[in-house]
Design a protein around this ligand. Structure first.
Ligand SMILES: Cc1cc2nc3c(=O)[nH]c(=O)nc-3n(C[C@H](O)[C@H](O)[C@H](O)COP(=O)(O)OP(=O)(O)OC[C@H]3O[C@@H](n4cnc5c(N)ncnc54)[C@H](O)[C@@H]3O)c2cc1C
Ligand code: FES
Length: 353
């Protein structure tokens, strides 16, 4: 029988029960205690806490995200740490006004469609066995069949679609979840096991400044959820969406966003940018250079950045040079197993979303 332990979360003073085979973060998120986290795979360091009392198994924490010296000081990454006794942790809890977090739940889904939408990118639509309550921009963790691991994929559909979610997934050569499953044999009608919602990268509806959204590759997915949510609910936010890709065959949803821009009455601007291709009607260069050229200053805006870590880092530098402060920038880096092994963790410049 698996033992269950009590986790006391300070300074909140709340108690959560956690199985010995469950991560402390997972137990907290399922019981409505939303602690800071981002990658949920021991790679980024966002979920680091101090263990005040009790014993934990540090699990598969990256040696770069949790240094040996930090382990010795009693720190741990709660997204991979499991309790071995009752444990008291001290977390860095910062409350945000107007933000509602939804507890993590389990779902079994049926694949409705799997489509190739760009080179090495698939759009997967899943029908869930219940409604998911989610903020626009959050992600789900999907179990990879037969591998005993999960992968994180952002939800590209808005919260209102509740029992049907869209994922945009890029093929990673040699990747267990993508090369070995999604791009190999995932088919309509298959069953998929997942849980969610996770993450703190989502639209802050309480912020009414114009928003600059910058996505690289499938980093478009959570931004698409935000754009659809704003436009479909009639929220007043002014949105500028930049989508960076290498060539025209790497871009997707161009017609969809072009049409949305036309019908949005000036509320939404769509700006695809190609770094390695010159195509009439589409800007050429780096997506960050396009933002740099378009905005004399970014002061008075809010920004959402998502995609490969180098793009997110470059966009952050561009925005800060244009007088946008870290507190106005939310971001999600698509870290994978190679980042865990090679230390490609988030910039120390950045605040947690
Ligand atoms: C919060 C979040 C949201 C995300 N959302 C999306 C999304 O919407 N769309 C999307 O396309 N991706 C997204 N990602 C990335 C996604 O979670 C996966 O990492 C990605 O799809 C690759 O998964 P995989 O199982 O195919 O690759 P993995 O099996 O994780 O392998 C990735 C790469 O690492 C290499 N590798 C594996 N193990 C090691 C090792 N020990 N040492 C060195 N190299 C190794 C593999 O050969 C491969 O090249 C997101 C990531 C995060 C953290
Ligand atoms: S959320 Fe725990 S290390 Fe990234």
């Amino acid at each position: 029988m698996t033992h269950t332990h009590t986790i006391t979360v300070e300074p909140l003073g709340v108690e959560v029960s956690c199985r010995e085979d469950q991560s402390i973060l997972e137990a907290c998120l399922r019981q409505g205690v939303n602690l800071p986290h981002a990658c949920t795979h021991g790679t980024c360091g966002t979920c680091k806490v101090e263990v005040l009392d009790g014993d934990v198994d540090h699990g598969e924490a990256s040696a770069f995200a949790l240094l040996d010296s930090e382990r010795e000081e009693g720190k741990t990454l709660i997204c991979v740490a499991k309790p071995q006794s009752d444990v008291t942790i001290e977390a860095d809890v910062d409350e945000e006004d107007g933000v509602v977090f939804h507890p993590v739940k389990d779902f079994t889904a049926t694949v409705v469609t799997v489509d190739d939408c760009a080179r090495d990118i698939r759009k997967v639509v899943l029908k869930l066995d219940g409604d998911i309550q989610i903020n626009p921009g959050q992600y789900v963790q999907v179990q990879i069949p037969g591998q005993g691991v999960t992968r994180s994929w952002s939800v590209a559909s808005p919260p209102a679609s509740s029992d049907t979610i869209e994922l945009n997934i890029r093929k990673t050569p040699g990747g267990l979840g993508t090369d070995g499953w999604i791009f190999k044999n995932l088919a309509e009608g298959d069953h998929v096991v997942l849980s969610g919602p996770y993450g703190r990268f989502f639209l802050r509806e309480q912020r009414d400044e114009p928003a600059i959204l910058i996505g690289g590759g499938t980093g478009l997915a959570p931004l698409k959820a935000m754009v659809r949510h704003v436009l479909e609910t009639g929220a007043p936010h002014r949105l500028f969406l930049y989508h960076g890709a290498r060539t025209r065959t790497d871009l997707y949803d161009v017609e969809y966003f072009t049409e949305l821009e036309k019908t949005s009455d000036g509320q939404f601007s769509y700006r695809p940018v190609l770094s390695a291709d010159e195509v009439e009607g589409i800007r050429h260069g780096l997506v960050t250079d396009a933002v740099d050229a378009d905005f004399p200053t970014c002061a008075g805006h809010v920004a959402y950045l998502c995609g490969p870590p180098p793009m997110v880092e470059a966009a952050l530098k561009t925005l800060m040079a244009k007088r946008l402060f870290p507190r106005d920038i939310y971001r999600e880096e698509f870290l994978d197993s190679s980042d865990k092994a090679n230390g490609g963790i988030r910039s120390p410049l950045l605040r947690t979303s």
